[in-house]
Each structure stands twice: as structure tokens, then as C-alpha cells.
Design a protein around this ligand. Structure first.
Ligand SMILES: *[C@@H]1O[C@H](CO)[C@@H](O)[C@H](O)[C@H]1NC(C)=O
Ligand SMILES: *[C@@H]1O[C@H](CO)[C@@H](O)[C@H](O)[C@H]1NC(C)=O
Ligand SMILES: *[C@@H]1O[C@H](CO)[C@@H](O)[C@H](O)[C@H]1NC(C)=O
Ligand SMILES: [Cu+2]
Length: 214
């Protein structure tokens, strides 16, 4: 679309301090059977944002710890408030021209262990890590987390939607949607693994919208 560059320029105007946004795809636009976060192993600095883009199906993002995959950290750590996106049913949003997204700010560089609480998706390997640190402890790898998840007896979710503001890594979870030009347009989400730089939450929404129009 010819006005995309203008939209991006507008989105970039007036940006003060840069903030990185790591984009993670949940499932896939072309394969609704894909039970995966892509990429599933990312490095993020404190202050970076992670935006989960729900592209198909009905999935969630939930925070656990390494030792207890498929269990919300709320159930493990007293008074903890962990990440939980809620269930994002993509079909309903797509018919309205949107992809649901869930964006969190990384608070520090400690590992964040995440899974999908739908059905047995966690056991099926729908898990990921932010800031894996096998140098600190070689056991705590994504491969080992995934292997433990496969053997988890249950896949649990927190009972209510919350953004994390506990001591375990994230803050400011929120739910939003990427507007697209129209319900019939071919919208292209920001490619997974891409890192875009924006200044603030409003800038994030603007640039996400701009890139969706490219
Ligand atoms: C999405 O999944 C959740 C959890 O299984 C379920 O409660 C909800 O009804 C599902 N949403 C739709 C629209 O099917
Ligand atoms: C958890 O919250 C309760 C009630 O606010 C408080 O009494 C308790 O000390 C807290 N526990 C921890 C470990 O912070
Ligand atoms: C490394 O991680 C494993 C799994 O969480 C844990 O059992 C072990 O105690 C840790 N080792 C050290 C030295 O902390
Ligand atoms: Cu899932």
C-alpha cells in the first residue's frame, strides 16, 4: 500500500527513547495445527517488550518456573503474579480484522519460562524461554524444560487474566490488537524473530499497525 511509508514515518515521528519489541508468533497463519511459539528461545534486555501475536487457534501464554512446567507461577511462589494472556481465540478477532496480541515488558534478564495452557499443548512442546541461561545452570535449558513438560501430569492455567508484576521478570502485561486495513486485506504480521524499535506503548501500536499494512 502506497501510504505505508507515510504511516511508518508518522509512527516514528517524535520518538524519544528507543525500546525494542521482540515479536513471537503463536501457532501459524498457514498451519493452524502448529503448537509452537516462534521463535521459542529469545534474548531480551530489561526494558524490552515481547509481543505475542496469536495467529491461529485458541492458545495462551502462561509463566511457570523451570522446575514446574505446565503450572502457573502463581501456584508455586507465594503472592507471585505471573504472566497470563488469557485464551486468545483467533477466529473471532480475525473476522473483525484483527490479530490478538499480548505484550509484556521484560523487567530483568532472569530466565522466563513460558507455556500454553490449552489442552495438552504444554505437554506437546508449546513452550518457550526468554533469557535461557545455561551458563549459570546447564540443567536449565529449553530442551530440558520441554522434556519435563512432556511428562507433566496436568496443564494448568491461572484463573484470571493478569499482567505480571511479581519479582519474577515481567511487568505490564496488556492485551491489544493489531488493526489491519480491512477485514478483507491480506495483513502481514511482523515476521517472527524480528525486533522492531519503538519508543513507547503508543508507538508500539502505531508501528505494529504500520507494518501490518506493508
Ligand atoms: C478457548 O479455550 C478456552 C480454554 O480451553 C475455552 O474455555 C474457551 O471456550 C475457548 N474459546 C473458544 C471461542 O472456543
Ligand atoms: C502474601 O500476601 C499476604 C497478604 O497480603 C501477606 O500476609 C504475606 O506476608 C505475603 N507473603 C509473602 C511471601 O510475601
Ligand atoms: C540447577 O538446576 C536444577 C534444576 O532446576 C536444580 O535442581 C539444581 O539444584 C541447580 N543447580 C544449582 C547449582 O543451582
Ligand atoms: Cu496452545
Amino acid at each position: 500500500m502506497q501510504y505505508s511509508a507515510g504511516v511508518i514515518a508518522t509512527a516514528l515521528l517524535g520518538l524519544a527513547s528507543a525500546q525494542k519489541v521482540h515479536v513471537v508468533s503463536v501457532s501459524s497463519q498457514t498451519d493452524k495445527t502448529l503448537l509452537a511459539f516462534t521463535p521459542n528461545n529469545i534474548k531480551a534486555d530489561a526494558g524490552d517488550m515481547i509481543q505475542f501475536q496469536f495467529l491461529n487457534g485458541n492458545h495462551s501464554v502462561v509463566q511457570s518456573n523451570f522446575d514446574n512446567p505446565c503450572t502457573p507461577i502463581q501456584a508455586l511462589v507465594a503472592n507471585a503474579t505471573g504472566m497470563f494472556s488469557g485464551y486468545m481465540d483467533v477466529a473471532a478477532s480475525v473476522s473483525a480484522g484483527n490479530f490478538p496480541t499480548y505484550t509484556v515488558e521484560v523487567k530483568d534478564e532472569k530466565p522466563l519460562w513460558l507455556y500454553c495452557s490449552q489442552g495438552k499443548h504444554c505437554q506437546a512442546g508449546m513452550v518457550m524461554v526468554v533469557n535461557e541461561n545455561t551458563a549459570a545452570n546447564a540443567t536449565r535449558s529449553l530442551d530440558n524444560y520441554k522434556a519435563a513438560a512432556a511428562n507433566a501430569a496436568a496443564n494448568l492455567d491461572p484463573s484470571k487474566i493478569e499482567g505480571g508484576d511479581a519479582s519474577d521478570g515481567t511487568t505490564g502485561g496488556t492485551t491489544s490488537a493489531i488493526p489491519t486495513a480491512s477485514a478483507t486485506s491480506t495483513s502481514i504480521p511482523i515476521a517472527p524473530g524480528n525486533i522492531v524499535t519503538v519508543s513507547a506503548w503508543t508507538g508500539l501500536l502505531s508501528i505494529a499497525a504500520a507494518l501490518a499494512l506493508l
